[in-house]
Design a protein around this ligand. Structure first.
Ligand code: FE
Ligand code: FE
Ligand code: ZN
Length: 167
């Protein structure tokens, strides 16, 4: 068991732990995206990051609602997975000399983040369904739809724009 974390004894506890994990991750993403917007040289990519930053702030708000609906205090727990994805991205991006290649690196890192989020929301939705928490299911699904759309938009930008320019 990690330091300062609560024991996980039931699926309910695991649901709350996963909420705390993604709450931490969403906050890390919200604080990293402004740097990515600054560093992106491609206008379309920058626009996608800007749009997703606004959505991400909404994801944080929705999670706060789910905590409240679950009668839990709003808190995050360290998520070494998202920290790892972000740190790896910073290293790779820092090693890119060419701005078009840097854009491709940032885009691919952003997709790694989206996929992490998609697994977490997918799991939270499955747990909430099992626990009969349909009120939570619909709120979590709103965010999952936006994460998937963000990922699909990035795939499109990669293939028709950013990767081409980097090649
Ligand atoms: Fe998100
Ligand atoms: Fe995590
Ligand atoms: Zn996202």
């Amino acid at each position: 068991m990690g330091l300062f974390t609560k024991p996980i004894k039931s699926l309910d506890d695991l649901f709350v732990h996963t909420l705390e994990d993604i709450y931490y991750a969403e906050n890390q993403i919200a604080s990293t995206l402004p740097t990515m917007i600054e560093k992106a040289s491609n206008e379309e990519l920058r626009d996608a990051f800007r749009h997703h930053l606004e959505e991400t702030k909404g994801h944080v708000k929705r999670l706060e609602r789910v905590f409240e609906m679950s009668h839990q205090s709003v808190r995050g727990v360290d998520c070494p997975a998202i920290d790892g994805i972000i740190n790896e991205a910073k290293e790779v991006v820092g090693d890119c000399d060419d701005e078009t290649v840097r854009d491709a690196a940032m885009l691919s890192a952003a997709q790694a983040v989206e996929h992490y989020e998609m697994t977490r929301y997918g799991t939270l939705i499955a747990f909430a369904k099992q626990l009969g928490r349909n009120d939570c299911v619909s709120v979590l699904e709103e965010t999952l739809v936006e994460e998937k759309a963000a990922d699909a938009r990035l795939s499109g930008i990669a293939s028709h724009n950013v990767n081409r320019k980097a090649a």
